[in-house]
Design a protein around this ligand. Structure first.
Ligand code: TPP
Ligand code: MG
Length: 329
């Protein structure tokens, strides 16, 4: 068993919360595996950037959030959106380009979002969501609310100029924003090691005047605890935090990626640290749950995904005139 998840300190979330986290992680995994199959059958246009292997980050970060907190996502948004409460049906319909999709079928995979649950339509420009996250957090501060904004980003985004400006602005204005780095070791085919002369991206946080922490991004409880601390800090008016979650995307970058830039051994090593498998083992070995109970949760997920597909397939296509709506705010 992985040491980090057996650590006494990390067992603090209550049973119900752990089971909910387990179900959400299975939902994200199975949703994407199913979406991938549908994509291969030609039912989903455009492309898909899958989140498989990184589920613990979205679920651990979302657990301490309230409905009206904001999440600003990336080109890899399905997990972030599901974890924050966008319905599987609305996301599936969006992937299908249907009128009932979360963005009325106009955005597709890379722009999934639903303002009703605090998920801004995702931004696929690498690093492009960072200024918007800082801006949303500035609005929350001026409104004297205790809401927070989450800015998800990859290792690749941390070398974009907009990211640095946003980190600095968030620090000097003491904004309630949490920068959540999903360091999956690659920006497309570029290895993290070849474009950073530091060991961790979190090392950059003190240079801007904010705390930076590194966590095992495949350990949902570790992610949850770091997120909980950062969210509380932000709500109390103590400003931004950078959380770097060390993780791995088990699939290719997008649909057409032969993954020749990394070794099969590396992939196998990370599969042994699969976040869902780790939590499942933790729940069983510590007597928190049992096979029957987890099996019921897994079956519930399968049923919800079937409903999502039926909803997406039976939904209407957008009308030609829809092109003129939602253009200007
Ligand atoms: C500004 C910009 N440059 C390039 C791209 C093309 N692109 C899309 S995703 C990606 C890699 C991003 O890597 P990272 O930030 O580590 O996120 P990950 O894909 O690993 O989740 C690139 C280069 C883009 N969308 N935006
Ligand atoms: Mg990356």
């Amino acid at each position: 068993m992985d040491k980090s998840i057996t650590d006494k300190k990390l067992t603090s979330p209550q049973k119900e919360q752990l089971l909910e986290m387990y179900k959400q992680m299975v939902m994200i995994r199975r949703f994407e595996e199913t979406a991938n199959e549908l994509y291969m059958q030609g039912k989903i246009p455009s492309t898909l950037h899958l989140y498989i292997g990184q589920e613990a980050v979205a679920v651990g970060v979302s657990a301490p959030l309230k409905k009206d907190d904001y999440v600003l996502s990336t080109h890899r948004p399905h997990g972030h959106s599901l974890a924050k409460g966008v319905s599987p049906g609305a996301i599936m319909a969006e992937l299908f380009g249907k009128r009932t999709g979360s963005c009325k079928g106009k955005g597709g995979s890379m722009h999934v979002g639903d303002m009703n649950v605090g998920v801004l339509p995702a931004i696929a420009i690498v690093g492009g969501n960072a200024p918007l996250a800082a801006g949303a957090a500035l609005a929350f501060k001026l409104q004297k609310s205790d809401r927070v904004a989450i800015c998800y980003f990859g290792d690749g985004a941390a070398n974009e100029g907009a990211w640095h400006e946003s980190m600095n602005a968030a620090a000097i204005y003491n904004l309630p924003v949490i920068f959540v780095c999903e360091n999956n070791l690659y920006g497309a085919s570029t290895s993290f090691k070849t474009v950073f002369n530091i060991d961790n991206i979190a090392q950059r946080a003190p240079a801007y005047g904010m705390p930076g922490v590194v966590v095992d991004g495949n350990d949902v409880v570790a992610v949850f605890q770091a997120a909980y601390d950062a969210v509380e800090r932000a709500r109390q008016g103590n400003g931004p935090t950078l959380i770097e979650c060390m993780t791995y995307r088990q699939c290719g970058h997008s649909r057409s990626d032969p993954r020749t830039y990394r070794s099969k051994e590396e992939e196998e090593t990370w599969k042994l640290k699969d976040p869902i498998m780790m939590l499942r083992r933790h729940l069983l070995e510590n007597g928190i749950s049992n096979e029957t109970q987890l099996g019921i949760l897994e079956q519930e997920v399968e049923n919800e995904i079937k409903e999502a597909i039926t909803f997406a397939e039976s939904s209407p296509e957008p009308l030609p005139d829809d092109v003129y709506t939602d253009v200007f705010a």
